[in-house]
Design a protein around this ligand. Structure first.
Ligand code: 6AU
Length: 255
């Protein structure tokens, strides 16, 4: 059983996490495996991006704490757009503390992530207790097994241990954030791969980029594109282009 050759619909029965199942559905319905990294610092820009790229994405990934002008109303607006265009809100919080602290960061504070982001990221380094603390009946976690930067101190052993940890939490883990096909025989998990941009190799701050077709060949089920879209003069056009390239590469892979 190799997930790389299975169409998303055929992977639904293997997925124990509700978000993974929902994502497989959305991707198939909208024919998109594009996640936008909506890394902008003004609420108006964030909302514009959601409106413009909404038809082309399955996930809208935020770093909500980089907004200079955060107000709870932004969340309500994003939720309406997400419903209209059928995508999920995804807060890339990369939880990594002891369980109790991570739980408060998830539920409390001014962002109240738990109340609106059913999809979140977490580092695996704190281990099982933190995953227990973040567990809800209707959420999904993408666990970081690798990172896209040059000089990262994550090694093969860490990635393997992360995959093992994920296997112990199939009902909570939607998938893994990684750069290579780590869990080929577990079709219920989704590989989320960031560091995707055409015509650029790095950003001068350690980020490494690969092309859409290259990451799909290396096992990405969903690709994360940030500045490739957000810094385009026409984000909707750029999003549509990345969507098409990623989906074509996926169709080629499963064929
Ligand atoms: O396309 P970019 O470089 O503009 O944005 C990439 C986005 C950023 C990062 O915080 C995130 O993807 N990211 C992650 C995630 C998704 O967790 C992991 C990683 O290894 N590399 C990475 O860039 O929002």
């Amino acid at each position: 059983l190799n997930r790389l050759n299975l169409p998303f619909t055929e992977r639904i029965p293997y997925a124990k996490n509700c978000i993974a199942r929902e994502l497989f559905q959305i991707m198939t319905e909208k024919q998109t495996n594009l996640c936008i990294a909506a890394d902008v610092t003004k609420s108006a820009d964030l909302i514009n991006l959601a409106n413009q790229t909404g038809p082309h994405i399955c996930l809208f990934k935020t770093h909500i704490d980089i907004l200079d002008d955060f107000h709870v109303d932004v969340i309500g607006t994003l939720q309406k757009i997400a419903e209209k265009h059928n995508f999920l809100l995804f807060e890339d919080r990369k939880f990594s503390d002891i369980g109790k602290t991570a739980q408060m960061q998830y539920c409390n504070g001014m962002y109240k992530i738990k109340s609106w982001a059913k999809v979140i990221t977490a580092h695996s380094l704190a281990g099982a207790g933190m995953l227990d603390a973040l567990k809800q009946s209707d959420n999904g976690i993408f666990l970081l097994a690798e990172i896209s930067t040059s000089g990262s101190i994550i090694d093969k052993n860490y990635a393997t241990k992360t995959t093992k940890l994920a296997s112990q939490y199939p009902d909570l883990i939607a998938g893994l954030v990684c750069q290579s096909p780590l869990f080929l025989s577990e079709p219920g998990f989704i590989q989320l791969t960031p560091g995707v941009q055409l015509d650029v190799e790095s950003d001068g701050l350690g980020q490494k980029y690969n092309t859409p077709s290259a990451v799909i060949e290396k096992g990405a089920d969903i690709a994360v594109v940030g500045r490739g879209i957000t810094q385009s003069s026409e984000p909707a056009v750029a999003a549509e282009k990345y969507k098409r390239l990623l989906w074509d590469a996926y169709l080629k892979r499963v064929k």
